[in-house]
Design a protein around this ligand. Sequence first.
Ligand code: ADP
Ligand code: MG
Length: 774
Amino acid sequence: KAVGEKILRRRSLQMHDQQQAWQESPEGRRMLEFRRSLPAYKEKEAILSLLSRNQVVVISGETGCGKTTQIPQFILESEIESVRGAACNIICTQPRRISAMSVSERVAYERGEKLGESVGYKVRLEGMKGRDTHLLFCTTGILLRRLLADRNLTGVTHVIVDEIHERGMNEDFLLIVLKDLLPHRPEMKLILMSATLDSELFSSYFNGAPVMNIPGFTYPVRTHFLEDILEMTGYRLTTSNQIDDYGQERMWKMNKQVPRKRKSQIAYVVEDAIRAADFKDYSPQTQESLLCWNPDCIGFSLIEYILCMICENERPGAVLVFMTGWDDISTLKEKFLAHPVLGDPNRVLLLTCHGSMGSSEQRLIFEEPKDGVRKIVLATNIAETSITINDVVFVLDCGKAKETSYDALNNTPCLLPTWISKVSAQQRRGRAGRVQPGVCYHIYPRCVYDAFAEYQLPEILRTPLQSLCLQIKSLRLGSIPEFLSRALQSPEILAVQNAIEYLKIIGALDENENLTTLGRFFPLSLSLSLSLILGAIFNCLDPILTVAAGLSVRDPFLTPLDKKDLAEAAKSQFAGAYSDHLALIKAYEGWKDAELDMGGCEYCWKNFLSAQSMKAIDALRREFRCLLKDIGLVDSNTANCNLWSCDVNLIRAVICYGLYPGICAVVHNEKSFSLKTMEDGQVLLYSNSVNARETRIPYPWLLFNEKIKVNSVFLRDSTAVPDAVVLLFGGNLLKGDADGHLKMLGGYLEFFMEPPVADLYQCVKRELDDLIQR
Ligand code: ADP
Ligand code: MG
């Protein structure tokens, strides 16, 4: 013990000297000067002293005041100064991987070090962390995984949970676990950080923990709503809320009066939005249609107009455009690249900022453009609070964000562009006033803003809870409903029951809601984990690895709006088996071959595939294979695992095992077919599914990984399967009740089809007998 302490002290002294040397160097001094200019720095002593007297502290402060980059650093520095550096172990969680990566890089830079020395990061599939890392930025998911291995977080001295105002599901979950852990680890400190002032909620959750508010400063931001913007473009709002339309295609040519044309779509959208001022008076349908912003008409052309106006007339300063989601961003970017002003690299540096960008792309966002070039960043709401781009002066806000939600009644997850909250709109606006007075364009009428909700609903109340429930069980946290009842805000009991039911059906939980051996294998990734196991057992592992990985990353098949036909044609080359999953396998195998010849990028480009997704699939496949190896299901002889990898029907069956209970019946009519699930009735296929282009599907069932409600219920990727496969591989479908009746499937068949179950069963039996004979 004495030797250990000696080493620790020596190492702490080294850290101390190193830190001092940096702070006294010219660059170090300059950096310190910058850091001192941040509002958080002024509170350094107060924060540290509060922390020394309390186990839990809640800190709030305006975005950009220095919470994320400074506060973990204060703690580290103070530990190093008191020669305890080598013993401290600070973990700071971020809701998104991209912020964990970019923040850690920044903090290392501020400390004059390379990433992976005293500061590191860890996100899924990537990380930079060394033996001497004492401050680790990671995603919330990574800390949850760590808890899985060590519930006491042995050795961790400080946990910082950042961006709690976002109320992500993982963060809410983590808070319950940490709340339970605190009494067992009295010397461990917990710091909660939030960009908004709702900190009282968190304080009272942690028995009145003290709240520290960092006073912030932002320059005034001139705010324009849609009315003002239309005024500039030549559209006018008359008293009767009618809009005069001077021609959409001329919008960005200011002051040029064009003959009045028939009222275009754009006018209707605006009118609708204005009428929506009083949401409550409208029928649910109208409200829903109002919420479906059509970015193709008004949104896109106005953004183009405003950007051109800024480029032509305004003072220097970067522009930040908040878009609904990644697909809008990519469409807009493609459109702009062909634009005479916005696509001119000598005038505009066009960048994107979204959750799935790579680290080199990330770095570009912070760089200063060349003189005379204006930086324009098209971003998702990730740039709202987690990432601060310093030189932003102009903000465009489309008013929407894609939000996952969940319809507990039908057990259907939804992904809809929804209006943001007032708090989000204020955050977005605030981004413009960080370095000098700024301008914000809200591309919606003021009355719509007035109707925004104050805050966004926490994720735990609006998304499916399957993986959360599985985590609760994996961490041995007791009864799921009891545990969740201790959350900041508890989810609906029906949503919890649905999740438990699902876990039982896929065999992760037994009848008594205990974790099964199977459930223990893949605690954090549900999708297709059963297929992986079966793929290993049936020696068709490679294709199943591809499918499982493919479902965990962003869809590799790209469909740019303006090249939809070409993209669909490209995908149809891979079709032919009535399965998107089999199409993915073909696409991946083609890519792998091309990649070996250094032609991966070209292959992706030709086939409208995302190279980024393909690489991610490649990495995930390796991770999954290792997992299977750890369990002992796969040995190092890969040839063995793939004896049956070419058997398409076997692959169909193995996929079925993992996708169940995502199943719908195919009902043929004269010309084509329709699809039905028991809960939703008619469902539709996404247009980029290979099955959407068929008029007949020669199988009675389609299995799907995910259904999503976007007006109607849509199925993402699907695979067609015969009766026999469903009967044999449809999870617990196979199980009968006490009288030997097939439970679920029976219900399904009676619901949808004649003949009744018995006939079908006979038919399957015949097929099986046949098979055995052969
Ligand atoms: P908060 O967490 O309070 O929103 P941050 O700690 O993320 O604030 O950022 C504080 C300041 O540090 C920002 O205002 C910005 O000026 C600067 N900053 C943060 N990250 C970077 C970076 N990667 N490059 C340059 N400056 C950065
Ligand atoms: Mg932050």
